[in-house]
Each structure stands twice: as C-alpha cells, then as structure tokens.
Design a binder for this molecule. Structure first.
Ligand SMILES: [Zn+2]
Ligand SMILES: [Zn+2]
Length: 348
C-alpha cells in the first residue's frame, strides 16, 4: 500500500498514512511551558499536593510532570527523562517522554522552565515557631552532670532524633536545648518519640524516668498537654567507691540498669540492679586510690608504708595470694583499708 501523504510504499498505520507521517501530525504528550515547584528553604523538602516530601529535585520534578502533563492513554510503558540546568531560581529543562504506540516506540521532547518557589513547610514553621510537645530533662541524683556527661547525652539525644527522622518521621525535631540546674533539657516536637528517646537514654545511662504533664492551653479547639520526662541518672558513676550494708564496692562499669561492681573485702564481682543501690552511699572516686610501698607479707596480711608519711601499717589480704610488686595500691574508705586490685578490675 502507498501512504497517501508521502507516497512511499509503506505499511499503513492509520487514516491511510504510514507511521512516520502519522507521528508528524499527531502528538501524544502535552504540557505547560512553565512549572512552579515549591521547596522549603529550611529543610529542602518539596511540596507535592498537600504534603511535603524529601528527595532529589529530579524526583520532585518527575512527580510534577506526571501530574501536569497530559499523556495519552494510548501510550504504554511511559518513561519520563529530564535534563535540567540546575542554576538559580529559573531552571531550564529538557523533558523527554517516551513510550509505545501499538508496539512503535516513540518519544516526544518538551522545553520546560521550572520556577523554584521558596515556602517554609508546615514542619519547619512549627520548628522555627518554637513549637514543642515534650520536654526531656536529664539530671543526676544529688549532683550536677559533668561537662563530659552533658556532651555525651546531648550527642546521644541528637543521634536518636536523627535516626527516628531518617526512618521517615519528619515531624520530630529538637526545638531547643538548654543547660539548666546542673542538667540538660531538650524541647521535642513529639510526645511519643520523646518517650522512645527517654527509654533509650535510660537504657544507656541508667537511672529512672519520671513523667508529668501540664495543660498548655488550646490548639485547634483541642486541649494540648505538654509532657515532661525527667531522667534522673544515678548519683554514682563508673569508678566510684560505694558502701552498702557495711560492704564496700568499686563500680567497674554501668550498662543500662546493671551496675557491675567489685567487692573490695574479697575481690569478687557483684552485679546490682540500679534500684538496689538507691541506699548506697558514695565514698569517693579514683582519688581514693593511693600508692604504698610494699614492706612484707604473711598469709593473710601485708605490711605497707605510706611514702609521704613514712608510716607503716597492715592491710588484710582479700584472698590468699602473694604479692611481688614494690608498689601496692590501697583504698581507704571511712575507717577501713582495702587492697585495690587494679589489674583485675580494669580487665573487666
Ligand atoms: Zn507516509
Ligand atoms: Zn521544611
């Protein structure tokens, strides 16, 4: 058959013309010359319909093209390719839409100008408006948190927030962080996540969680309650010496609620639950360990000399062992003196 348009002997596609003549006169995709894309200048998410989504410019653009271009339903296996000069606020793009028309592969090109519009998204406007639903307070029992503890806790909370956000919860953010009363306060945008974070911090640092809520007025004709979660870290820390029921312990490590200790009178390891140590008293830290000069030993005792006072005294051995070193470490607690098994402990 001859094509009525080009006169060539070709297979007729439709209306008496060949496929290439048909394509010259018909198009299957149509779109605007200008497209507006809204981006949040704070968090770089793109607006799509009534929500905000994270991702690349290309992804956001393709979403908009799908919605704003008319693509004939005759076209199957549609693919959209874009090539943009991503500079400034007006971006010029080449858009290629391809697909199959009754088995014939076709593609159509469009020039598109994308106008980038900055609008602060719903979540960022909450965040920068100081919005918060929960306060997470971290304090230590009967003492102030050390600089190091403040830093570690801050980093841990920030990382937890980041990981929850990365799992898709974009609504969670830290509105503010304040160091108060020897502790630290985090203002968080979500009650539920604040609880998750509090639990994780407690698992890692020990202590207990207390909770209170306060009516913070009305919002969208609903009462809103602000939640405060207080994590009270234990008064004792790793490497502290404590006494409990007339026994003396060295804290070798703390993991979550478990406190690993070393009983000084017999050099045995004991693990306590945090709550079991609420009545314990802290005698001191590493500064209690003193170096003495070894003088002599018997089966049960050792004689050592204080190098500053030139005074000798006896210390009971915690078990039947023989010492060979010239220097012996001891710990003086209240009126008792113990040998300090430094090596045994640091290996734990
Ligand atoms: Zn033709
Ligand atoms: Zn935003």
């Amino acid at each position: 058959m001859f094509c009525v348009e080009c006169g060539k002997e070709e297979k007729i596609f439709r209306n008496g013309v060949c496929i290439s003549c048909y394509l010259k006169n018909n198009s299957f995709t149509k779109g605007p010359e200008i497209l507006d894309i809204y981006i949040c200048p704070k968090c770089s998410s793109y607006k799509y319909k009534n929500t905000w989504m994270q991702g690349s410019f290309e992804k956001a653009l393709k979403r908009q093209i799908k919605d704003n271009f008319q693509i004939s339903s005759e076209l199957k296996k549609v693919q959209i390719k874009t090539d943009c000069d991503e500079k400034g606020k007006n971006i010029s793009c080449k858009v290629v839409i391809s697909g199959y028309l009754e088995g014939h592969e076709i593609s159509e090109k469009h020039s598109l100008t994308v106008r980038i519009r900055g609008v602060v998204c719903d979540i960022c406007s909450k965040q920068f408006g100081g919005y918060f639903e929960a306060t997470l307070q971290v304090r230590a029992n009967k003492r102030k948190l050390t600089k190091e503890e403040l830093e570690t806790i801050r980093l841990n909370v920030e990382n937890l927030v980041e990981s929850i956000r990365a799992k898709g919860n974009r609504g969670l953010f830290i509105t503010d962080i304040a160091e108060e009363h020897g502790g630290i306060d985090f203002y968080l945008s979500e009650k539920g996540s604040a609880y998750t974070i509090a639990k994780k911090i407690q698992e890692k640092f020990g202590g207990e969680i207390k909770q209170s809520s306060k009516n913070a007025g009305m919002k969208d004709s609903r009462q809103i309650f602000r939640m405060t979660r207080l994590i009270r870290l234990p008064a004792y820390r790793k490497e502290d010496f404590i006494s409990l029921d007339n026994s003396y312990f060295y804290i070798s490590s703390i993991s979550g609620n478990k406190v690993h200790t070393f009983e000084l009178s017999n050099w045995t390891e004991r693990v306590f639950d945090g709550k079991d140590l609420q009545k314990a008293s802290i005698i001191g830290g590493k500064e209690l360990v003193k170096e003495m000069i070894f003088v002599s030993q018997s089966k049960d005792e050792m004689q050592v000399m204080d190098p500053k006072m030139y005074k000798t005294f006896e210390v009971r051995k915690p078990k039947n062992i023989s010492f060979e070193s010239k220097v012996v470490k001891i710990v003086k607690m209240e009126d008792k003196i113990f040998l300090f098994p430094e090596k045994n402990i640091t290996n734990k």
